[in-house]
Write a protein that binds this ligand. Sequence first.
Ligand code: UVW
Length: 340
Amino acid sequence: MQSTRWKQRPPGSNWGDFGPDDQIGRMNLLTPHTRLRAIREVQEGIAFCLSLPLDFPGGNALFQHRKEPKFFHERRGEGYNFNFKLSNVCECFTDVVSDDAVIMYTQYSTQWDGLGHVGQMFDANCDGIPEKVYYNGFRGGVELLGPDDTTGGFGAKAIGIERLATAGVQGRGVLVDLERLHGRTRALVGYQGLMAALDGQGASIQEGDFLCLYTGFADLILEMNKKPDSEVLARSCAVLDGRDEKLLQWITDSGIVAICADNFAVEAYPARPAEGDHYPGLPLHNHCLFKLGLNLGELWYFAELAQWLRTHQRSSFLLTAPPLRLPGAVGSPATPVATV
Ligand code: UVW
């Protein structure tokens, strides 16, 4: 199999399987059948917000390259378009109107990683020289354009987050309660740990499910009240072991459409060292975003949902979690909703 963009695909990848120009990867496995199955999870009509307030974690101590949202306001007349009296437009008007604008790092808080978030240096055209490549062979400098690229403007001209938005991100969520097993102790969870957690809950995963991981990390962030202590955070709560090949193979085989966690990167970051001279620093991101086109949700907030599911001895729910339909972005803030 080949495409106009690549001659060889990465080992273990599904490039081309959903079509040569596919841009939504594993979300293709969301179908009317999987959505109807998810809707049947709704028995009580109770909804849970799965987002942190988007101005958390606060500051940039969690990740120095992402800063907290900053509001600004457009000028209007002598003042601003905020608390603006419409009588300035027409004396008879009694209205007061406010608009706002925000600079927001798309992955600052509760978010989706788009497929353009992590690629690899990979020799897709078989010329012996690795190039910057993303899911399904889309290229850095060709379709994914940054400030260093001279032509065509900025942004993801393919695999942008707007593609995920139009995929209709709704299906069955299955919450794995790692917080119950590990508390807030740092735990590296591989295939065995994940399977043991699922078995312990009596939960099973089916094709088209969203795998959700509750670790308590977002609760800790909230408790830190916008003054995150990066050292404490770095040694707290469960993370997936992205170097566990058995776990990666299970992700491939399981048919899950996404992994959504309440921690920083779903996986341990930095990951354990690997063998060889060159390897991905974010192995689970490599496997999911780059090889499989499988989105990652991060810094989600599960505390109340997890408590409710514990009390009612359930693990699954209807999940509705669209990103912003923001053309060209590689990630997006999210305000997912779980309905039980
Ligand atoms: C990094 O980019 C380090 O991680 P994430 O995908 O968690 O935002």
